[in-house]
Design a protein around this ligand. Structure first.
Ligand code: LLP
Length: 443
């Protein structure tokens, strides 16, 4: 009935996640509340790892794209499952470092890494830096030589693939802020330049064509383009590329209309292409890296809200206001993202009318879904939004000075807080007031 196999309905007609009654979770931990199913998240990690073992003889590594959800707990979980991680900022890197993540399994991305972030990466001993552009290459070489280290890198390549997804999350085409292009020779030139640098070791190439992609064809096309480029690099510059990182972007099921492939099917098809073309070109099979984020954690997460005011505007629409909104889930306002919503305390009730689920921010666009068919909803009901494990907490904000919800991790019969609810004091902890003015009471 639901998008994810860990969700069900119990005898009280309440939505359950794993062994847990969501209405009880809402009561115990308060709302809004992010709930994450540890067992499902681990199962997703294993599915990817097994796919690499099965279809590519284990000659690869799956990285969790930590931008989807970056916390110390989930970082450690991913490491325990044998995955690496992709980070895209000093903050993500620091979180994993502090969680004890094996730094040699970290790939550092980003189109504008700052000198401070590069310093931090080298100090932490990050395994690979995915260099985006010439400016960054020169900066990295300079900082690495000051530190007397040689940094292993991959270059981010734009493979010229236009994936069919939302414009904001497409990245493989030439008109993109990420990476260097193939068609104008930029990618070739940057490799040539790197060869002359004393503190840079070229290990591989990377591409990422976009996110929430259902069709496997664009991934296969990207793999073909990249293998051909690897072969060219050897022929023209004598560079032996060891690592091919094909990024993430595999789609997940947000609503019944979505029909994604299993992770193993993506990996199976893409590895077949890599193997066939490597053989044809006579190059060694590269160590293959994938970077799924959404497909590891999205379905493991739900968000629980309490319904406040229900405003029926005759001949217009019904607004159901919840105690969260764009602060904890900005994806509808940003991308018009579709979600499945469930009345958690009356989970099998028949939908009777369309409603718009509105957040509590002072902004008309602060909506979670519009015109979704729902049962009769009352003040105090518990509402669940499904598949919010990815890009919800990680994209949350304190707009209107609303504290971020906690994350509760459920596993078996256990439920524990892995990220605490923010308090009002957390919100003001970095504010600076001049002591004198406070004392004079002039503020
Ligand atoms: N690798 C790179 C270099 C990426 O840029 C991304 C996502 C990933 C891997 C992971 O992609 P995934 O498997 O999660 O699709 N905020 C948007 C998604 C932005 C994705 C950015 N990059 C959303 O909420 O849909």
């Amino acid at each position: 009935m639901f998008n994810s196999q860990n969700l069900s309905i119990n005898s009280k007609n309440h939505l359950t996640i794993g062994q847990h009654d969501t209405v009880e979770l809402a009561k115990k931990f308060g709302t809004p509340l992010y709930v994450l199913d540890e067992d499902l998240m681990r199962a997703s990690c294993r599915a990817y790892k097994n796919a690499i073992d099965t279809y590519y003889d284990g000659h690869g590594l799956v990285l969790f794209a930590s931008k989807a959800l970056c916390t110390m707990y989930t970082g450690r979980l991913v490491a325990e499952e044998g995955l690496g991680a992709d980070v895209v900022s000093g903050g993500e890197l620091y979180t994993l470092y502090k969680a004890g993540f094996p730094m040699e399994k970290v790939f550092f991305h980003g189109n504008n890494k700052t000198p401070d972030e590069i310093e931090l990466a080298l100090t932490c001993g990050v395994g690979h830096i995915v260099v985006d552009n010439k400016y960054e290459l020169e900066l990295l070489n300079r900082i690495a030589s000051e530190k007397n280290v040689t940094q292993r890198i991959l270059f981010r390549i734009k493979p010229g693939i236009d994936a069919h997804t939302h414009d904001f999350v497409k990245t493989g085409q030439i008109d993109s802020k990420f990476g260097v292009a193939l068609e104008n020779g930029e990618a070739y030139e940057i490799h040539k330049l790197a060869l002359s640098m004393s503190n840079i070791q070229i290990d591989g190439v990377h591409c990422h064509i976009g996110s929430q992609i259902f069709d496997v064809e664009p991934f296969c096309e990207a793999a073909k383009v990249m293998i051909s480029f690897i072969s060219d690099l050897y022929d023209k510059l004598g560079i032996k590329v060891k690592i091919l990182n094909l990024g993430g972007g595999f789609g997940i099921k947000y609503t019944s209309k979505d029909d994604p492939l299993e992770p193993s099917e993506y990996i199976h098809k893409v590895t077949d292409v890599v193997k066939a073309l490597a053989l044809e070109k006579g190059i060694e099979l590269p160590f293959l890296v994938f970077e799924p984020g959404r497909s590891i954690v999205a379905s493991a997460g739900i968000t629980l809200y309490t319904v406040g005011c229900v405003k029926e505007i005759e001949n217009v629409r019904t607004y159901v206001s919840i105690d969260g909104g764009m602060c904890d889930n900005p994806r509808y306002i940003l991308y018009g993202s579709k979600y499945t919503t469930v009345l958690a305390n009356n989970a099998s009730a028949e939908p009777i009318a369309p409603v718009t689920i509105a957040g509590k921010c002072c902004e008309s666009g602060d909506l979670i879904q519009e015109h979704v068919m729902m049962p009769k909803i009352h003040v105090g009901d518990t509402l669940a939004v499904l598949a919010t494990g990815a890009y919800n907490y990680s994209m949350s904000s304190n707009y209107n000075r609303i504290p971020r919800p906690p994350i509760v991790m459920v596993s078996g019969d256990e439920a524990k807080v892995i990220v605490k609810r923010e308090t009002y004091d957390d919100l003001i902890k970095n504010d600076v007031l001049e002591e004198a003015r406070v004392l004079q009471g002039t503020v």
